[in-house]
Write a protein that binds this ligand. Sequence first.
Ligand code: ZN
Length: 198
Amino acid sequence: MFIEPRVEKGWIEVICGSMFSGKTEELIRRINRAKIANQKVLIFKPQIDVRYDEQKVVSHNANSIDSIPIPHSSKILELAGNAEVIGIDEAQFFDLDLPKVCNKLAEKKVRVILAGLDMDFQGKPFGPMPTLLAMAEYVTKVHAICMQCGGVAGYTFKKVHNEQTVELGEKDLYEARCRTCFNEGMAIIREQIKMDLR
Ligand SMILES: [Zn+2]
């Protein structure tokens, strides 16, 4: 479990993993601990994520916390004020300026905590996440349970095939899979595409 370092300087933490891995729960846990410590906290998320609630970061087990939906990462610098801790959920959906924004915040002694998908449904690094992972002082990779075999899952498998990288959905559209079950599923989808082209 992540234990907060007790230093006054700023830094970046990233919580990553597949869908259904508990990323947002872990973000909320850290934010709540910062609140208990009487720190000034702000949470942002991309405007695109409107699955459950416009103003809240909501995890799949319905813990929620107030958040500010924003269209671009530069808004974070505008709105940061004197926040000591800044949480950013669904970081993968932000623009590629997000790492630069996080660096600026950390240099201003802000503790930045991001949660996001490390890979998209094709198993490729997602948006600004690889850069954020490289820059962060602390990285926590959380794992889901493979919905096919019960193993440890690091991949998000999209059950309905199309090319859209950003498609909001839940268990109707996605499931967590281990490497083996993900590759098996992708092979079946590739076969289906070949059949469709005939
Ligand atoms: Zn599996």
